[in-house]
Design a protein around this ligand. Sequence first.
Ligand code: SAH
Ligand code: DHB
Ligand code: MG
Length: 221
Amino acid sequence: MNQEIFEKVDHYISNLLAPEDEALINTTALIEKEKLPNQSISPVQGKMLQVFAKACNAKRILELGTFGAYSTIWLAKALPENGKLITIEFDEIHAKLAKQNIYTANLSHIIEIKTGKASDILNNMIQNREEHFDLIFIDADKPPYAEYFQQVLKLSRKGSIIIFDNVIRAGKVLDENSNDEKVKGVQRLNNLLKDCKEVTATILQTVGMKEHDGMLIAVVN
Ligand code: SAH
Ligand code: DHB
Ligand code: MG
């Protein structure tokens, strides 16, 4: 099928423009050593997040769903030395692994991991009038994606970029009768954005070394 050429081109792009440094290579190695199924984004997707972070001159980044901190490290490296990245993870084992990877990457002064349920932590941040974020990457559990969108809007400013991972799910998003809670979650988000006046949004369909999928990119109006 076409998968073979998609993977070759993905490697071509990553060799050219998205080479992994030692910190990223170590992160993936540790995830594999712990025998956790790899849920990280790809190198080319990591570089794309960096491009968006630079495009909005990001000083403060918020992430939902840390896992091993692979995407976190890509994002943090697009920040200035006085930048700040808050990443939310509810699985203690993932958070511990992420902390180790962030320490090895020398990024502990920029990245803060908050452990707990994303919806609770977001509510706390909204109540405490947390300073706005310039870029928000959402990659935690999929069923509440639409609710996460409503919450993070309250933590954004005009021009903030909001990115959601995994919104196409190998095309399963086309099945209007799907019983898959993850598919139903991303469908609710995608449909919510159809007539949403608060953001300008599109979806980038992605192929390559990961399963056929897509990232939703929105800019706050
Ligand atoms: N962004 C990571 C991958 C994240 S995988 C990367 O690309 O490198 C999704 C993560 O979200 C998992 O670690 C999972 O434990 C976490 N997660 C799932 N539900 C959550 C919730 N309700 N609150 C916070 N984190 C959650
Ligand atoms: C899973 C989650 C993700 O965010 C991803 O990019 C890949 C897989 C998962 O839950 O299996
Ligand atoms: Mg993902």
